[in-house]
Design a protein around this ligand. Structure first.
Ligand code: IPM
Ligand code: MN
Length: 365
């Protein structure tokens, strides 16, 4: 398995060092041959090469089985227009890899239930998967730009039936492996793209009679996420709605730092925590590495197709949390001991290796 590591900006390199370490150790424990190469993306790449997605990075990524990314974005480039910012590196990367289905699981972690901004009785039992369309919509629609001497600006929201169908299939298949409920989220009372979205998803649903489909407008979905999050199983939605709703869902679990993501369906799979580069805490060894590490677990699940390796990492994360270890973002007020990024990463890595070896020993018997 060839994996390109893209640490990126801000806390990206710190959390990515932890996820890459866990990836290497768990691969070794399961005898999965792994080759990794590190490359620049985002602001770090602009500073070194002038481009947020340099050709060397692209070449390495497209010849890999998967890419493991930290985070992209830096306030240093805040004055630049969207098309010149570090984020464009991430968008070009996503396009180059071709993955259109971004899976963002958000579930209540029992050990962190009191870190949720929601009351325990509302949040307990929450377990959802957001499937975000990642290559269409406002992020990529043409035409886009500034006009009339920069006194106007415009973006285009555009979806084809084929684009909606392919991501809908991923979501229905995921629902099949879960609680068989799919909520498609749109704004079909206002937008043509959403009408097309709803019609198409309804048509695809015909192939999945065992999955219950309902539709919600995005504003209502945002509300239900905080009033009744346990009603959701799989949420399927377009690019920008999914960006917004997944931050909302993530923070319900206690911290944005907890959540991983996988982008599948293209030539090369992409794994990244859903959080950003958090420049205000960068370089301080305080960032939560668990979203990044859980992304490595997803890499084993979807790219390596090794469920045991994925579970070893996920169990290790839960074990460390159950033991009471916390990074600053998930620590309750007044807590005495807080783990650094490197301490948290090392504890999860050690546990994951132990769980992996136990599984291997079991197979050997
Ligand atoms: C995310 C991020 C990105 C996005 C940014 C950094 C371009 O917010 O992965 O959710 O909007 O997709
Ligand atoms: Mn986002």
């Amino acid at each position: 398995m060839k994996v390109t590591i893209l640490p990126g900006d801000g806390i990206g390199p710190e959390v990515c060092r932890q996820s890459a370490h866990v990836l290497a150790e768990v691969a070794a424990a399961f005898d999965i041959p792994l080759e990794t190469e590190e490359h620049l993306v985002g602001g770090a790449a602009i500073n070194a090469t002038g481009s947020p997605f340099p050709p060397e990075t692209e070449a390495a990524c497209v010849s890999s089985n998967a890419v493991l990314l930290g985070a992209v974005g830096s306030p240093e480039f805040d004055h630049l227009p969207p098309q010149e910012r570090p984020e464009i590196g991430l968008l070009k990367l996503r396009q180059a890899l071709g993955g259109f289905a971004n899976l963002r699981p958000a579930a209540a972690v029992p050990a962190l239930i009191d870190s949720s901004p929601l009351r325990r009785e509302i949040f307990e039992g929450t377990d959802m998967l957001i499937v975000r369309e990642l290559l269409g919509g406002l992020y990529f629609g043409q035409p886009r730009g500034f006009a009339d001497n920069d006194t106007e600006a415009f973006n285009t929201m555009r979806y084809s039936v084929a684009e909606v169908e392919r991501v809908a299939h991923v979501a229905f298949q995921a629902a099949r492996r879960r609680r068989k409920k799919l909520t498609s989220v749109d704004k079909a009372n206002v937008l043509e793209t959403s009408r097309l979205w709803r019609q198409t998803v309804t048509k695809v649903a015909g192939e999945y009679p065992d999955v219950a489909l309902d539709h919600l407008f995005v504003d209502a979905c945002a509300m239900h996420l905080v009033t009744d999050p346990t009603r959701f199983d799989v949420i399927l939605t377009e690019n920008l709605f999914g960006d917004i709703l997944s931050d909302e869902a993530a923070v319900l679990t206690g911290s944005l730092g907890m959540l991983p993501s996988a982008t599948i369906g293209g030539a090369v799979d992409l794994y990244e925590p859903i959080h950003g580069s958090a420049p205000e805490i960068a370089g301080k060894n305080v960032a939560n590495p668990l979203g990044a590490i859980a992304s490595a677990a997803m890499l084993f699940r979807y790219t390596a197709k090794n469920e045991e390796a994925a579970v070893a990492i996920e169990d290790a994360i839960n074990w460390v949390l159950n033991k009471g270890h916390r990074t600053a973002d998930i620590a309750e007020e007044g807590r005495m001991s807080i783990s650094s990024t490197t301490e948290m990463g090392a504890m999860v890595a050690a546990r994951a290796i132990e769980f992996a070896n136990v599984k291997n020993a079991y197979h050997a018997v």
